[in-house]
Design a protein around this ligand. Structure first.
Ligand code: GLN
Length: 296
């Protein structure tokens, strides 16, 4: 843990460069490269190599930086300049108040997905026992958060990517929920037997033809498997909506994150496949982001 006093001056050789100079130099280079939040990114990366909280950097701004820290910082800034997202560089991301390890096979969890967790907890919070599936668990943010928030829940997490399941396993251990989580490497709900009280998923939902138009950060550093939803972006929803029926209890619920502009098509699909519609929800920027369905 970072010490109480800003003391970044370690044992190693010092440079003649101050923390503040390093920060502003990197911030300028990141800004010139068109990075969206240059100052913030520089701060997070420098805090990482100096092992201090990002919020403490300013208070040690006049201190000289150790030689190895400068070298490490240069390497991280180089990766950021090449388009790698900050959380990919750190290999971890905060989600619903906890820190999650990421492997290259995990999608970087998005803050919008916290709404999905929140919505499930409205129905299954506070000690209510239930067994559920997290389909396409990635780093495990959804299932691990739910299990940690409600100790009476147990779950199965599925993913096609072995590296994603590895991350989910580590994250489940870290947050003390591994004894209530089973992990299965499979496609959506194949090989999974119910009955479950609910199924939750933030599936890949980008149409294949739109993949090339994603930002470089996403396109080059989030795994295709976690993004690509087939020709119309709805392939995962088709699979989950048809497989989920047989795995849910009567009146069992399905909580799905949805992509921009997909809401109506997913509702149509849900009706065709005879799901009851419970609710749809917007995210904080006012976009349709989530649907809740019920087995009829
Ligand atoms: N469930 C994980 C998340 O929400 C992974 C989602 C995905 O890979 N599409 O971050």
């Amino acid at each position: 843990m970072p010490s109480e006093h800003a003391g970044i001056s370690g044992e190693g050789r010092m440079t003649g460069v101050t923390v503040q100079e390093l920060l502003s130099g990197a911030g300028q280079r990141l800004a010139a490269a068109g990075i969206e939040t240059p100052a913030l990114d520089a701060r997070i990366l420098l805090a990482e190599v100096l092992s201090v909280e990002p919020g403490r950097l300013v208070s040690c701004g006049r201190e000289m930086a150790p030689h190895d820290a400068v070298e490490m910082f240069e390497a991280l800034v180089g990766r950021r300049l090449a388009g790698e997202p900050v959380h990919r560089i750190l290999g971890r991301r905060e989600f619903y108040g906890r820190t999650f390890l990421l492997t290259p096979e995990c999608l970087i969890p998005r803050p919008e997905t916290e709404l999905l967790v929140d919505r499930v907890l409205q129905d299954f919070g506070e000690g209510l026992p239930a067994r559920f599936v997290d389909v396409g668990c990635g780093s495990g943010v959804i299932c691990v958060s739910l299990l940690a928030e409600n100790p009476a829940l147990s779950a199965v997490a599925t993913d096609l990517a072995g590296g994603a399941l590895e991350a989910t396993g580590v994250n489940a251990q870290r947050h003390g929920v591994a004894d209530r989580l089973e992990m299965v490497r499979t496609s959506f709900l194949s090989d999974i037997e119910g009955p479950f009280a609910f199924i939750v998923s933030n599936p890949p939902y980008i149409a294949t033809g739109e993949m090339a138009g994603l930002s470089r950060e996403v396109r080059e550093h989030d795994p295709d498997l976690a993004l690509d939803g087939g020709p119309d972006g709805l392939e995962a929803y088709r699979a989950i909506l048809s497989q989920a029926h047989g795995r849910l209890r009567p009146a069992g619920r399905l909580y799905l994150e949805t992509g921009h502009g997909q809401h109506d098509a997913i509702m149509q699909l849900a009706k065709e496949l005879r799901w009851g519609i419970v609710s749809s929800h917007l995210d904080l920027s006012g976009r349709e982001r989530m649907v809740v369905l019920e087995k009829r």
